[in-house]
Design a protein. Structure first.
Lengths: 467, 445
């Protein structure tokens, strides 16, 4: 059905109706809208309707998308033991309520401080809470996700040191490594990996020490590691790095800081994190929340992205907030900016501030402890199954752990498929990315995994392996 | 007249105290505790244990909700009125998109799930890829970039991959960018290792063709351009620009910041562009969240598809799948599959408007822009330099921006009090926050 444009009246478009258009055209002094488009070369004009679908009523749009999304099986339908960067945590209703405030949701970047004080204050509070949690001097108001935060951190370290090599763990998420490579390779930064210990899953310190040199701009490590290992050696990495004049970048998990030492306390220079777990649902991996913080004025000047500061009004009577140190940024410094980032994940920075305020000191510590207990429980349950090694690494784990399955190639793939047919999603296969670990998978357990769901996967694996 | 709330709200940490809490997280079950047995803290390496509690606010749930609700009220937003600040299309964010995005079948799916369990979202992504490719006139889209600047960066990475594949990357180090470009363009090019060459605008606010001819050559990697440009003017010599750049062996990049004005009227692919990004949080009406999230899908012409990030969504006639079979791909630009929540909202927006509606969006935007322009010229002491080019803006919201840019730049005429518009644009917070610039005086108060 084709509707002539002159009568196209759409609920989203206040000025599309024919009478309004006519009076506006008269005011402008042109005969038609086409006249306003006369600068576009005629030979390339689109003279046919675009081939996109149209559903004329809101109800149809809603039903259609509901139907399409209905094909998914979600964590509400089955237990899912996946983590590896995106985590299913319980998001308090108050966080959702605050994020649904459309004064936040539909607002623009706070360039104009006069009409953005509430947003600016919220972002300032986010920065302050993360700085306090990590013991950093400055935290910005968000980057895209944890992987681009690492990319930015690596570039920062290279600018600050004038060096061109970044050391990263071999045992990191391959997708994160790929993003890091795209952030570093074009400007000649080299990435080198250091090994992990085959028994403990922790870092191979001897290998790391042998690779840190005078060309090294920074060493990156994560706690918990990609394998969920709480590796005490991480606390020594800053001093190992500093001995050679290199910086230390530590990747942290925000919830884990309820129980774990702030990276700043053991000397980290830059910290990064994926903050999805404390601000928004999984949403198939995005939007997420990149976090970055650092210590020392030299590094602060190298920070990418927006920083919000607290100040007083000109008459000195009131507190006020605005973007600060903007000369680092692309809208002022252009090609000499510290980064190209403009749009970020501000809404979820507000979500994280609300989340951390709600949980508070006690809540965050209890949540850490809860996940710790559940991780230990799940490890114990899976470890009792014959032919299953859980955990694969002899270490303390938090939230995630690798599990090895005895058997020929394809064992894990078959198991995961069978689990799915029984309404459980198993762990992330490590077979392709870490073949040296054999038929292994990375399991994730958070506070949302009930005892029953952990028992269920244990029983299913036991049964399926016997079959 | 807009009078904003003013709450004298303290920092949340200043409300803190007395061991209050705003949320009780789920505790482990008795069985779990019993099975685990020993104090779970025993296993945590001493070197990593936090001493004491994390330093966070101690506040109750009502205090947290009131605090952030009050702060939300100290904020202007599209739901309160038009947002005529330049540099970003800010338009109405349809509520149906929000309702649709709150589906647990979207919120509670994990990016590493087995493909058989995420056929719905894969189908939606596949369809959105096709819609956006059709709308831009490109061959294929990557939905992975999460913002406009992330799209630009991917575009620059694709240019690198393209020139490397021809063995010319070492020579082609220069990215040409008009002086009117948004700051992210030069920043993205420089991040990708290119040297930025600025090409000046002529008196009409368009790329100076003679200047462009002088700077292109064997060192040219590409040209990044916004059209309608950042001044709100359509680069009517775009076909000549494309020819000049292509003849020199460079690629033409389309920055979609102002695409809203030409939706359904002309497609970047038909104008000769090789790589395109769209800002879904602009043209496709997804909420901008105070600066983010966004989404910046990138489309390319056929022979550049092989460089797009991993993975694209494929369809074998029965099932949707992630296609990792792309040896020439640049890899990944974000850890997972992009800002999916934003993509779903944009998909709903396209369906809500359809082909005629999308065109009507552009027409309404341009009509509004020129209407306001005519009113301002009528009523104020401002005038436009040079030829009065037609300006393209967006419906509802952005329509002020194109010429606001001009007023704040080359075409500024002094107001009654002798101050320029730029002088009036005080960045300093003021006590009373009133209104947004709708007065037609060119200042920001």
């Amino acid at each position: 059905m084709r509707i002539p444009m002159a009568t196209f009246d759409h609920p989203f478009l206040p000025n599309a109706g024919a009478p309004i258009r006519k009076s506006m055209l008269e005011a402008i002094g042109v005969a038609s809208i086409e006249e306003l488009y006369s600068d576009i070369p005629a030979q390339v004009r689109t003279n046919r309707p675009l081939k996109v679908d149209w559903l004329p009523s809101e109800q149809e749009v809603k039903s259609h998308v509901d139907r399409v999304l209905g094909e998914n099986t979600s964590a509400s339908d089955m237990p899912i033991f996946l983590g590896a960067g995106i985590y299913n945590h319980y998001l308090p209703a108050a966080v959702k309520s605050i994020l649904s405030r459309t004064e936040f949701q539909t607002s623009y970047t706070p360039y104009q401080a006069e009409i953005s004080q509430g947003l600016l204050q919220s972002l300032f509070e986010f920065q302050s809470m993360i700085a306090d949690l990590t013991q950093m001097d400055a935290v910005n108001s968000s980057l895209y996700d944890g992987s681009t935060a690492l990319g930015e951190a690596a570039r920062m370290a290279c600018r600050a040191t004038g060096r061109k090599k970044i050391l990263v763990p071999l045992g990191m998420h391959p997708a994160k490594f790929s993003v890091l490579r795209n952030y570093t390779e074009p400007v000649g930064i080299r990435l080198e990996t250091f090994l992990f210990d085959k028994e403990t899953g922790g870092m191979n310190s001897a290998d790391l020490q042998s690779k840190v040199d005078r060309d090294t701009a920074a060493v990156y490590c994560e706690v918990p590691s990609f394998f969920g290992v709480l590796d005490p050696e991480v606390a020594n990495v800053p001093s190992i790095s500093h001995q050679k004049g290199a910086l230390s970048i530590v990747g942290f998990d925000p919830v884990s800081l309820g129980g774990l030492k702030p990276p700043g306390e053991y000397g980290a220079d830059i910290v990064i994190a994926e903050g999805q777990s404390i601000s928004t649902e999984m949403n198939f991996g995005g939007p997420a929340l990149g976090m970055i913080g650092c210590r020392g004025e030299n590094l602060i000047r190298q920070l990418p992205g927006r920083l919000i500061g607290m100040t007083t009004t000109l008459d000195g009577k009131e507190r006020a907030f605005s973007m600060v140190l903007q000369t680092r940024e692309q809208h002022i410094r252009r090609e000499r900016a510290t980064s190209n980032i403009c749009t970020n994940e501000a809404l979820f920075a507000i979500g994280a501030a609300a989340y951390l305020s709600l949980l508070g000191p006690q809540g965050l510590r209890e949540l850490f402890e809860s996940i710790l207990v559940k991780t230990n429980y799940a490890i114990k349950m899976l470890g009792e199954i014959p032919g299953v090694v859980a955990p694969r690494f002899a270490s303390q784990h938090y939230q995630e752990f690798a599990v090895s399955f005895e058997g020929a190639k394809g064992t894990l793939a078959r198991l995961n498929k069978s689990l799915l047919s029984h309404g459980v999603h198993g762990g992330k296969s490590l077979v392709q990315d870490f073949p040296e670990l054999g038929e292994s998978a990375l399991f994730c357990v958070t506070e949302v995994h009930s005892t029953e769901s952990i028992d269920k996967i244990r029983l299913l694996i036991e049964k399926l392996r016997e079959a | 007249m807009f009078h904003q709330a003013k709450w004298n709200e303290p920092l949340i940490i200043e409300r803190s105290g007395n061991g209050k809490r705003g949320h009780t997280p789920a505790r482990p079950s008795d069985i779990e505790r019993k099975v685990v047995g020993r104090d779970p803290w025993n296993g945590v390496p001493k070197a990593l244990v936090r001493s004491g509690l994390p330093p966070l606010p101690e506040v109750s749930e009502p205090e947290v909700v009131r605090h952030y609700t009050r702060l939300s009220q100290e904020n202007f937003a599209v739901d309160l009125g038009i947002y005529p600040l330049g540099s970003c299309t800010m338009k109405y964010n349809p509520k149906v998109s929000e309702v649709i995005a709150q589906n647990p079948k979207l919120e509670k799916i994990h990016p590493e799930q087995d493909e058989s369990t995420v056929q719905g979202i894969l189908a939606l992504m596949h369809r959105l890829d096709q819609f956006l490719a059709e709308i831009t006139g490109m061959s294929r889209m990557s939905l992975q970039p999460v913002a406009g600047a992330a799209g630009e960066y991917l575009g620059a990475l694709i240019m690198r991959a393209y020139h490397r594949s021809k063995g010319e990357l070492d020579e082609r180090r220069e990215m040409i960018i008009p002086d009117s470009a948004h700051g992210t363009n030069p920043a993205s090019a420089a991040m990708a290792g290119f040297n930025v060459v600025v090409v000046p605008s002529n008196d009409d606010g368009m790329v100076d063709l003679e200047a462009l001819r002088k700077v292109v050559g064997p060192r040219t990697a590409g040209l990044m351009i916004t059209n309608p440009n950042t001044l709100g003017i359509f680069e009517k010599n775009v076909l000549e620009i494309a020819k000049i750049v292509h003849d020199a062996g460079g690629l033409l990049y389309y920055d979609g910041a102002n695409f809203n004005a030409i939706l359904g009227k002309v497609r970047p692919g038909d104008m000769g562009f090789d790589i395109v990004h769209l800002n879904l949080h602009k043209t496709f009406a997804t909420p901008h969240g105070g600066g983010g999230p966004g989404a910046g899908p990138v489309g390319v012409r056929k022979d550049l598809e092989k460089f797009l990030p991993l993975p694209l969504v494929g369809f074998d006639g029965k099932k949707y799948f992630f296609d990792y079979d792309a040896p020439d791909s640049v890899g990944k630009v974000t850890a997972f599959h992009g800002n999916i929540g934003v993509l779903v909202r944009a998909y709903a927006y396209i369906l809500s408007l359809g082909p005629d509606g999308l065109k009507a969006v552009a027409e309404t935007a341009v009509l509004n822009t020129n209407y306001v322009l005519s009113k301002v010229l009528e009523r104020s002491k401002f005038e436009l330099d040079g030829r009065q080019s037609v300006r393209y803006g967006e419906e509802n919201a952005r329509f002020w921006a194109p010429f606001a840019h001009r007023l704040f730049s080359t075409n500024c005429r002094r107001g009654d009090d002798g101050r320029s518009a730029r002088d009036r644009e005080s960045p300093r917070p003021r006590r009373t926050c009133r209104g947004v610039p709708q007065s037609g005086k060119g200042g920001r108060d």
